[in-house]
Design a protein around this ligand. Structure first.
Ligand SMILES: [Fe+2]
Ligand SMILES: [Fe+2]
Length: 155
C-alpha cells in the first residue's frame, strides 16, 4: 500500500505543478524552475516504473504486457514534450510550451487513471516492489525512457 499511495500522490503533485506553470503562463510568465521540478519528478517516476515496477509485473500475461507497452509509449510522448519545452527554455522563446504542457496534462489524465486502476493495485502482490524505497532512488543522468532509447543511440 505504501508505494501505491506514493505513486498516486506523485501523479497528483505533478499534475498540480503543471497546472500552476500553465496558470503563470496565462499571466505572461514562464516558471522555468517549477518546470524543472516537474521534469525531475516525472523522469524519476518514469525511471522507477520502467526499471522496477513494470519488469516485476510484466511476467507472461498478454493483457498486462500490452497495457505496459502502451504506458511506455505514453512515457515516450511525455518525454518528447518535455524535450520541446526544454528547447524553448534554452532559447527563451515560448511558442509551443503552453500547448506542450496542456498535452502533457491530457496524456497524464488517462495514463495515470490506467496505472492507478490496473497496475498500482498489483503492487501489494509484489512485496519487493512494495517495500522499494522510491524516495531514495537516484535518476541516472544518462537515463532515457525505454521507447526513445534505441532511437537516440548513435545520434
Ligand atoms: Fe507511468
Ligand atoms: Fe505513474
Amino acid at each position: 500500500m505504501k508505494n501505491e499511495q506514493w505513486l498516486t500522490d506523485d501523479h497528483h503533485m505533478v499534475n498540480r505543478k503543471i497546472q500552476e506553470v500553465l496558470d503563470v503562463m496565462d499571466k505572461g510568465f514562464m516558471d522555468s524552475d517549477k518546470f524543472s521540478e516537474i521534469e525531475k519528478s516525472l523522469k524519476k517516476h518514469i525511471y522507477f516504473e520502467e526499471s522496477v515496477l513494470f519488469p516485476a509485473l510484466d511476467k507472461g500475461d498478454l493483457r498486462t504486457h500490452q497495457m505496459i507497452e502502451g504506458l511506455k509509449m505514453e512515457h515516450a510522448a511525455l518525454w518528447k514534450l518535455m524535450d520541446i519545452i526544454n528547447g524553448e527554455i534554452e532559447e527563451e522563446k515560448f511558442l509551443k510550451t503552453k500547448k506542450s504542457l496542456s498535452e502533457m496534462l491530457l496524456i497524464l489524465k488517462t495514463h495515470n487513471e490506467n496505472e492507478e486502476g490496473n497496475i498500482y493495485n498489483k503492487i501489494v502482490e509484489n512485496s519487493d516492489v512494495d517495500v522499494f524505497d522510491i524516495e531514495s532512488l537516484k535518476l541516472p543522468t544518462v537515463f532515457i525512457c525505454e521507447k526513445l532509447r534505441n532511437r537516440r543511440i548513435g545520434k
